[in-house]
Ligand binder design. Structure first.
Ligand code: ADP
Ligand code: MG
Length: 707
């Protein structure tokens, strides 16, 4: 087998053909499929059914239960054509020896119906039985088949989650087409492990996973599904280790702990470091002092004081003559870093530069020149800006804040860019339990700030049923009249940023609430939501930050990390619909200043068991690490990272939180494989390269020398 190490192996090409090459897919379906699954055949293969229909269940008309899916053998009777321009549907009556029923068609094509339903002939029809004025009917049958066609029809049909515009049946047909292109691939799993688990080979597993015939087949622990999940874990872990291997191969540099700048900074700080901060910076000093590249994740709850730790790390690079950058996911957060760090930088004489999209062309040119010549020693900016046209004279350390907004891949691309190897410090405000940290960050070194700076006041957290809305509004009015600032988070309807009805609904809910509150409160009220243009959103957030408005109504993603010390009230509407981690993140927006803060969780009764448990935990604790563990326990892991919203790597087929043993096994196996065959050159290694490409880990595969 030949591999060009910049290219996907040829044997996988069929899987990467565009979906439009499939039979039965027009431009409209193509667009819907692209949104649901993706653009190429493989995306359809990875999207497994969520159920199945057993079409072999044949019944007589008299026994057909309304609401069930049934297949019937009938004789076609009279066609009743509706009057032109009327609203009546087209009806075709049918019967068997037990009774009569009607097939109903709205906006029907009479020619077509006369062709497929000739009176007097036997037809097999399949679809959902309905009751209509004591009679049975079926609107738009899924299938109308001759006996011969019926004999060829699949007995079981997989059901896929679909959206408006496509039926599951149509989707299933398209998916079936995609599955035809599955190549036979050499086995990458060990034979022992396969036979121990009784797993099928890869191709068989994919096919089987798409043909569920009983509940067992749908379970994540079915052999087919489990194998595919394991494949995915193995690919992800191989990719993470490979990437790290590769990054470590780059020549490292030594940044000793800054002496002069560190001392100046410490005496300029109005507080002493907490012991958690001391420990974290000591670990970072240790990494930076080694001739190896630092790859460290700093976890710490909102407000745990990560910024200052990052700043001290940046000074190590700066004192050694290099540059250091801190990147935030949004413009407003980048400006916030700049504002926080500027006074410190001025006191200690280290020039800090801000790079943002909002600067004038001339200003930006000046900043870019400063970065290029090395005049700018510390740079704060947004992630997107750093990716484009920014050339550093000598970047030594890159700090990425609020990392869970970026995908791991993005991060790796970025860190691969530097001419010399750049130390990386990634900060996340979402504490992650160990299993998940492993899944998402692989072998990154980790530091955690588990202790908060002293003097934090607890946030009084209460849960109230929606019936108490008026009381809550009253409380908000009181808070506003005392000059406090209030966040009001609106119901989570769908995934934020997801195109479609859900996002539109979320927006409607937020703007309705905004209108309602603006009308009855006399403090200024602003609205931010996911579909707003970036600068409009920033303008509103800034107005809130500066106190020009006191109430901020928002859909569920108010900017993570926005620091408004004067904000002391957080109202979360429909709190039962949010995950714990999300609730915790949102509550973290308040309780930052000296005043007492409150968080009001408005819920819609009755509460389910899990929802109640979540709200209880929220009232009990503010410890993000504990909350993360509880979250994992209650709901599984996806939402801890807020994967959908963040674009962080999520798993297509597996759920590491629910399958932590399997996941840990894949991690160990990946490590063992690469220990024995670091370049994946053996026969099995070659097969594993295919696995990497299959799961889109092309970048990691490219770090390998060609086989
Ligand atoms: P986060 O971890 O969310 O990024 P920040 O770094 O923004 O947290 O810190 C939150 C606040 O805590 C800031 O106002 C910062 O000045 C303050 N802070 C940080 N460390 C300490 C400390 N050791 N003692 C007191 N206040 C601190
Ligand atoms: Mg922060």
């Amino acid at each position: 087998m030949h591999y060009d190490n910049t290219m996907r192996p040829q044997i996988l090409f069929p899987l990467y053909t565009p979906t439009q090459s499939l039979p039965g897919i027009g431009p409209r379906a193509k667009k819907i499929i692209a949104e649901l699954a993706g653009e190429t055949l493989i995306s359809l293969c990875w999207r497994l059914p969520t159920g199945f229909i057993n079409r072999s269940r044949r019944v007589k008309i008299a026994d057909a239960e309304p609401g069930t899916l049934a297949t019937l053998e009938v004789e076609v009777g009279a066609h009743k054509t509706p009057r032109p321009f009327g609203r009546q549907p087209y009806r075709v009556s049918c019967h068997d020896e037990t009774g009569e029923m009607e097939l109903v068609f709205f906006r029907a094509h009479a020619d077509y119906l006369r062709r497929v339903l000739p009176p007097g002939k036997t037809r097999f029809i399949s679809g959902t039985i309905q009751a209509y004025q004591e009679r049975r009917q079926m609107a738009h049958p899924d299938y109308i088949l001759t006996r011969q066609e019926y004999d060829e029809m699949p007995a079981f049909e997989p059901v896929y989650r679909v959206t408006a515009g496509i039926t599951s049946r149509h989707y299933a047909k398209i998916a079936r087409g995609a599955l035809k292109s599955l190549p036979d691939l050499p086995e990458w799993l060990s034979a022992d492990w396969m036979s121990e688990k009784k797993w099928p080979p890869w191709k068989e597993a994919v096919l089987k996973a798409h043909e569920p015939q009983d509940e067992e087949d749908l379970s994540p622990s079915s052999p087919a599904r489990e194998r595919l999940a394991y494949d995915e874990y193995l690919a992800s872990q191989l990719a993470l280790i490979l990437t790290r291997q590769w990054m470590r191969r780059l020549p490292g540099r030594i940044f000793p702990k800054a002496a002069a700048l560190r001392e100046k900074a410490m005496s300029a700080l109005p507080f002493a470091l907490t012991s958690a901060q001391e420990a974290a910076i000591a670990e970072i000093d240790g990494d930076m002092g080694q001739p190896m590249r630092m790859l460290r994740l700093l976890q710490g709850d909102v407000g745990s004081g990560k910024t200052i730790v990052a700043f001290l790390a940046m000074l190590n690079a700066v004192e050694a003559g290099a540059q250091a950058a801190i990147m935030a996911p949004t413009e407003i957060l980048a400006r916030q870093h700049f504002k926080t760090l500027l006074p410190l930088c001025q006191k200690i004489g280290a020039p800090l530069t801000l790079l943002t999209a909002r600067q004038s062309a001339a200003e930006k040119r000046r900043v870019l020149t400063d970065i290029q010549t090395g005049m700018a020693r510390l740079v704060a900016g947004t992630h997107s800006l750093f990716q484009k046209h920014v050339a550093f004279r000598d970047l030594g350390l890159c700090v990425i804040d609020e990392q869970h907004r970026f995908g791991v891949h993005q991060r790796l691309t970025l860190s691969g860019k530097g001419r010399k190897s750049v130390d990386m410090l990634v900060m996340t405000a979402t504490p992650i339990p160990r299993t998940l940290a492993l899944a998402h960050y692989g072998d990154m070194d980790m530091s955690a700030l588990r202790e908060k700076p002293p003097g934090r006041r607890p946030v009084a957290t209460r849960a109230l049923p929606l019936e108490r809305l008026d009381d809550v509004v009253e409380a908000v009015r009181r808070a506003a009249s005392q000059g406090r600032r209030v966040y009001w988070i609106c119901p989570l309807v769908g995934e934020e940023g997801e195109e479609g009805a859900d996002a539109a609904l979320a927006l409607t809910a937020a703007s309705d609430r905004h209108r309602h509150l603006s009308a009855i409160l006399d403090c200024g009220a602003g609205l931010v939501h996911g579909r707003m243009a970036g600068d409009e959103k920033d303008r509103t957030l800034t107005a809130f930050q500066q106190g020009k408005i006191q109430l901020l109504v928002a859909t569920s993603v108010i900017e993570v990390g926005v620091d408004v010390a004067e904000a002391t009230v957080m109202v979360i509407e429909d709190a039962q619909r949010f995950g714990l981690a999300q609730l915790h993140q949102m509550r973290g927006r308040v309780g930052r200043g000296e005043k007492d803060s409150a968080c009001l969780l408005l819920y819609r009764a009755p509460l389910g068991e899990t929802a109640r448990a979540r709200l209880d935990i929220m009232r009990e604790t503010e410890d993000g690490f504990r909350i993360a563990e509880e979250d994992l326990r209650l709901r599984g892991g996806g939402e801890i990272l807020g994967t959908k919203q963040s674009g962080a790597v999520s798993f297509l087929l597996g759920d590491p939180a629910a399958q932590s043993d399997l996941f840990a096994r894949a991690h160990d196996e990946a490590a063992r494989i690469l220990q024995e065959d670091p370049q994946l050159k053996s026969e099995r290694g070659e097969a594993l390269r295919l696995l990497l490409y299959l799961f889109g880990r092309d970048e990691a595969a490219r770090t390998l020398r060609s086989g």
